[in-house]
Design a protein around this ligand. Structure first.
Ligand code: ATP
Ligand code: MG
Length: 634
């Protein structure tokens, strides 16, 4: 099948196309109607069909692949590896579901899951899906306040947590954070189910409220819990966006559309057939983790490697070693993670047998050319940039090696995937931009299966946040993009990441790319700062690669020269700061808005999704000290 034909059919005849794809999963009752788009911007896929995510991910494979590995949970923090077959997974998920039922959780109830990247997180998610409870995974390690906000939004019947997580060899107690969050929250659940990993011997338990997973697991180990068949459009889960641009939104996903979209993406995009293995380095707490650590691979009958640990420990070869050991065919990671590896010796990329590995997918942030080239050259593999949002739940732009692989254009995530009719339009007039011109990336409704159905209990915010930007009913991605003459899309950053210098609009990404082309630079963030004469001017924050011993002031000057050389003097950075670390969200996205606030001396706003507070302090100190090149600010 050619990509062009398949894509064309998916948008011109969505009912015909998706009606066929629906056969990729098991329906207890087949859908009565494929698409109901009578109330835009809302739409319902596979109306009247009943199915279950857990059944499709687990039970359906028992006869054919019961003894195949379903999950390999590797922790380089606790030095453990758990290999779990589909049969064992079925047993664990049933036991977990029985525990949920025994604690009074039922269909439509919310369950907040606050666990590290361990097998129990997968069990918990699938157990919720089995009984029709709506899970809301909160990234482990979010602070108590973040957790409390999400608890109050979701109003869960139960919270599931671990005693502790670990990061870089350090134990991070979770339970005290949970206790604090529950003190702060108004909608605290009656019970907390604690997965005690034995990492925090000092953990306190609240009698009556806190219950122990291991004890209950023993009790329910051989209980069979029947699958609850759900109408396709019932909610399967809630997940909050990263909060890079503001207050996180509670993305609500359905059941049937989600399952069908993931099933289709596994073969066509990720090129994985049943029995093959994927290493997705995401945390289950992110959309990528939901879709490609848990649901996608299991629905597709694959083996999913779940990884707890940092990419550089015990050494920077760890992920490649896992690829060798488990014959990984497709790897999925993020540019941020690869940039971390890029600080290390490139020799790690060629130390292991990667003959089974075919594709390295990267998503989450713009993939800069130096990182792309470093990874391609070092591994000899095809690196595929793909673009999506928590909202879409699966790639919206990608090349499709499982269908027919088009040539990779570095810096481009390629073409729209199935059901995505995309346009690049003028932000003011809403008119379509010609090839080569920058505009806002929008999606014409109906959004394909797998995308969010609404914001949890807030249809109005859904409407306003995504469809309220243009006179026409269009989903705004809030990202800048350009489509070239061959139809390839390029993402240029977020619509709030644009600098207006003397009336000229510069994307922060263009400036970042030119700075990053200097070999000494590891990571870079560019923000606009107010300038009396020009309106705005660029400020550069950069970290240097490990082992670079040059004077930061020399490198800073080289950065300035490079920007002027590549983009012209209009883009000349007003100041360059060389720092030890850059502030990021916990999902690894650069927090440009807090950098901008710091340098302008304004309120950095919602820092709840900030990963490492030290990075922010470091930037603060650098700003006080003055730039390594250019004039002092703030
Ligand atoms: P919030 O919406 O709360 O501000 P967020 O947008 O960072 O948070 P996510 O849904 O995790 O939350 O991230 C989606 C965004 O990540 C996209 O809108 C885009 O800006 C960026 N992104 C994802 N993949 C790519 C990619 N391949 N290239 C460029 N940017 C990407
Ligand atoms: Mg977003």
């Amino acid at each position: 099948m050619r990509y062009e034909d398949a894509w064309r059919r998916s948008v011109d005849d969505p009912e015909g196309f998706w009606g066929e794809q629906a056969k990729l999963i098991h329906w207890e009752t087949p859908p009565a109607r494929i698409l109901d788009a009578t109330h835009p911007p809302f739409r319902r896929w596979f109306v009247g069909g009943t199915t279950n995510l857990c059944h499709n991910a687990v039970d359906r494979h028992l006869d054919t692949r019961g003894d195949q590995l379903a999950i390999v949970a590797v922790s380089t923090e606790t030095n453990t590896t758990r290999e779990i077959t589909y049969r064992e997974l079925h047993r664990e998920v049933n036991a977990f579901a029985a525990i949920l039922v025994s604690l009074g959780v039922g269909r439509g109830d919310r369950v907040v899951i606050y666990l590290p990247n361990i097998a129990e997180a997968t069990f918990a998610m699938l157990a919720c899906a089995r009984i029709g409870a709506i899970h809301s995974v909160v990234f482990g390690g979010f602070a108590a306040h973040n957790l409390a906000l999400r608890i109050d939004d979701a109003e869960p019947a139960l919270l599931i947590c671990a005693d502790a997580g670990m990061r870089g060899g350090k134990v991070i107690p979770y339970k005290p954070l949970v206790d604090a969050a529950l003190r702060e929250a108004n909608a605290a659940p009656a019970h907390v189910l604690v997965v005690d990993r034995g990492l925090d011997p000092a953990m306190e338990r609240q009698p009556g409220r806190d219950v122990d997973y291991a004890t209950l697991r023993e009790r329910h180990l051989d209980t069979d819990v029947p699958v609850v068949w759900l109408e396709s459009n019932e909610p399967s889960y809630l997940l909050y966006t990263s909060g890079t641009t503001g207050k996180p939104k509670g993305v609500q996903r359905d059941v049937g559309g989600h399952a069908v979209a993931l099933a289709l993406s596994m073969t066509t995009i990720f090129d994985l057939r049943p029995g093959q293995t994927i290493l997705c380095t995401s945390d289950v707490g992110w959309a990528v983790g939901h879709s490609y650590n848990v649901y996608g691979p299991l629905i597709g009958g694959c083996t999913a490697i779940l990884y707890e640990g940092v990419p550089t420990s015990p050494d920077p070869g760890i992920w490649w070693r896992l690829c060798e050991t488990y014959g990984v065919r497709t790897m999925f990671s993020s540019p941020t993670a690869i940039r971390l590896l890029k600080k290390q010796d490139a020799a790690w990329l060629s130390r292991y047998d990667l003959s089974a590995l075919e594709w390295i997918f990267l998503a989450g942030e713009p993939l800069d050319r130096p990182t792309y080239e470093w990874l391609t050259a070092g591994t000899g593999k095809t690196v595929i940039d793909n673009y999506w949002q928590t909202e879409t739940g699966w790639p919206a732009l990608s090349l499709m090696p499982g269908l027919d692989l088009k040539p990779v254009k570095p810096g481009s995530p390629g073409f729209p995937t199935f059901g995505y009719r995309m346009r690049v339009i003028d932000e003011a007039t809403g008119e379509e931009k010609p090839a080569g011109e920058k505009g806002v990336l929008v999606i014409e409704p109906p959004l394909p299966p797998g995308c969010l159905t609404t914001i949890w209990r807030d249809d109005e915010r859904y409407r306003r946040s995504y469809f309220g930007h243009f006179s026409e009913c269009l989903y705004s991605s809030l990202d800048w993009a350009v489509r070239d003459a061959d139809g390839y899309f390029f993402i240029l950053g977020r619509t709030d990441d644009v600098i207006n210098v003397a009336g000229h609009r510069l994307g922060t990404r263009e400036i970042e790319e030119s700075v990053a082309s200097l070999g000494a630079v590891a990571e870079v963030a560019v923000v606009g700062i107010v300038d009396e004469l020009k309106g705005q001017v660029p400020a550069v924050f950069a970290t240097l690669r490990q082992g670079v011993t040059d004077d930061p002031r020399d490198v800073a000057q080289a950065m300035e020269r490079r920007v002027v050389e590549l983009l012209g003097s209009l883009a000349r950075p007003a100041c360059v700061y060389v720092v030890g670390a850059l502030p990021k969200t916990r999902s690894g996205k650069l927090l440009r808005r807090s950098l901008q606030a710091l340098i302008q001396g304004t309120d950095p706003g919602d820092l709840s999704t900030l990963d490492d507070p030290n990075a922010l302090d470091e930037v603060r100190r650098a700003i006080l000290r003055g730039p390594d090149c250019g004039a002092r600010r703030a």
